[in-house]
Design a protein around this ligand. Structure first.
Ligand code: SF4
Length: 380
C-alpha cells in the first residue's frame, strides 16, 4: 500500500482505475447488467477477437479508455475483483479501492454477430474496437507465440479479398458505431501467402483512399514493400518487438526470436526513413519480462525513431500462459511512468495517438487538450 501511494502521485482516479482494471478486471453489478441490457439488448458486450480485446470497452473520466477484462472471457484471472461497474442515478460508475470515476459503455456496432450475403459471419473478417475496424486477412497464424490466442484457436487459412472489402464497407457504414479508421493486422502469412497479403494491402489501400489505414505485421522477408506502401498512402506501421529479453523471447515467441531483434529494429529504422517520423509504432508486452527489460526495449525503439506502445500482458484462456498472473497495477504504473519519461526525452509520446484505440494499451491523454482526430465513438 505504501508503495502504491508513492506510485499514484500525479494520476487521477480515472487514470489509476485504468491500471487497476487492466490488472484485476472488473465485475459487473446487477444494476449495470440491467442497464446494459436496456441499452445493448442481447447483443455481445465485448468486441472480443484477440487476447487483449476480450473485455468490455469503457470510457472513464479524463479521456481514459480501458478494455476491462470480465469473468465471462477471462475467468482465468478475473474472479473476485474489488473493481465494479455499477449503475445509479448519474449513470455508470466504476469504483474500487477508494477510487471512483463516472463511466460510459462503448456500444459494439450493429454488424457484430451478423452475416454477409453469403451467410458468412462478418466477424470472420472484421471487428470494430472503439473507432477503428480491425481487418484480419489471415486466419490463425504461421507463427506460434505462446501469449497469443490466434494460433491456438484458429486453423491457418487465407480469406477472400472481395469478401473483406465488403466487410470493411459494412463496418464503415454501421449506423450505430461507424469505424473511422482501419488496422490490418495478424496473423503472419506462410511464405506461400506473402504475395496474397501484399495484394490485400494494395486492394485495401486503393479501395479506401480517404481512410487512414495502419498495418501491424511482423517484418517477414519480402512482405512489406515500404516504398509501395508509402505511395499507396499507408498511415502507420506497427512492427512489434513484443519482448526484449532474448531468453524469454526464445521461449515465448520462437519464430519472432529467430527473425532477430536487430532485424526488427533495423526494419523500424528503415521504415521511419521511408514513411517519415512518427509513422512507425512498436509494441512491447508489459509483464512478460522484468520491468528493466521492457524499459530497455522502449529505449531501443526510441533510438531507431519508432514510437513505443505498451500493452499489458493479458493471459488468454486458450494459450499455454493461461495460468500466469497479469502484471500488477503498481508495476504497470511504474513502467508507464518511466517509459513516458523516456519518450518525452526523445521528443515523442507513447502510442497510440488515438484515445479510443488506447483501450488496451498503457496510454493516457491530457484532458485539457483536443485529442480526438475523429468523431468520438458512441457510448451510453
Ligand atoms: S505473430 Fe502475431 S498473430 Fe502470430 S502468433 Fe505471434 S502475436 Fe499472434
Amino acid at each position: 500500500m505504501e508503495e502504491n501511494r508513492r506510485l499514484v502521485a500525479g494520476f487521477s482516479d480515472a487514470q489509476q482505475l485504468k491500471f487497476q482494471i487492466l490488472a484485476s478486471g472488473i465485475s459487473i453489478a446487477e444494476s449495470a447488467y440491467d442497464a446494459l441490457a436496456l441499452r445493448n439488448g442481447d447483443r455481445p458486450l465485448t468486441p472480443a477477437d484477440f487476447a487483449s480485446t476480450s473485455g468490455i470497452i469503457l470510457a472513464l473520466e479524463d479521456e481514459v479508455w480501458v478494455n476491462a477484462p470480465i469473468e465471462a472471457h477471462n475467468a482465468n484471472f478475473v474472479g473476485v475483483t474489488p473493481f465494479t461497474l455499477e449503475f445509479g442515478d448519474g449513470g455508470f460508475v466504476v469504483e474500487g479501492e477508494g477510487l471512483r470515476s463516472l463511466a460510459s459503455f462503448w456500444t459494439p456496432p450493429l454488424y457484430h454477430g451478423t452475416t454477409d450475403s453469403d451467410g458468412t459471419e462478418l466477424n470472420k473478417y472484421v471487428f470494430t474496437h472503439g473507432d477503428r475496424v480491425r481487418l484480419a486477412p489471415i486466419q490463425g497464424c504461421s507463427m506460434t507465440c505462446k501469449f497469443c490466442n490466434l494460433p491456438y484457436e484458429f486453423r491457418y487459412a487465407t480469406k477472400s479479398i472481395q469478401a473483406m472489402v465488403n466487410a470493411v464497407e459494412v463496418a464503415l457504414a454501421d449506423s450505430l458505431q461507424p469505424a473511422r479508421h482501419m488496422l490490418i493486422s495478424g496473423g503472419t502469412p506462410k511464405v506461400a501467402d506473402i504475395d496474397y497479403l501484399k495484394e490485400v494491402y494494395r486492394v485495401m489501400l486503393a479501395s479506401f483512399p480517404d481512410l487512414e489505414v495502419d498495418i501491424m505485421m511482423a517484418p517477414v522477408e519480402g512482405l512489406l514493400d515500404l516504398a509501395e506502401l508509402r505511395d499507396l498512402g499507408v498511415n502507420q506501421l506497427s512492427i512489434n518487438l513484443e519482448i526484449h529479453n532474448g531468453e524469454i523471447a526464445k521461449s515465448l515467441m520462437r519464430q519472432k526470436y529467430n527473425q532477430g531483434i536487430d532485424h526488427y529494429l533495423g526494419f523500424i529504422e528503415t521504415a521511419v526513413a521511408v514513411l517519415g517520423p512518427g509513422s512507425v509504432r512498436s509494441m512491447l508486452m508489459v509483464g512478460s519480462e522484468p520491468e528493466e527489460e521492457t524499459l530497455a526495449g522502449v529505449r531501443r525503439i526510441l533510438d531507431v525513431g519508432g514510437i513505443p506502445v505498451l500493452s499489458p500482458f493479458r493471459p488468454d484462456p486458450a494459450t499455454p500462459l493461461r495460468d500466469q498472473e497479469p502484471p500488477s497495477a503498481a508495476s504497470l504504473m511504474k513502467v508507464y511512468s518511466r517509459s513516458q519519461g523516456l519518450a518525452a526525452s526523445a521528443g515523442v509520446t507513447l502510442g497510440p495517438d488515438c484515445p479510443p484505440c488506447s483501450h488496451n494499451t498503457l496510454t493516457l491523454f491530457d484532458p485539457e487538450v483536443e485529442n480526438y482526430r475523429y468523431a468520438q465513438p458512441i457510448t451510453v
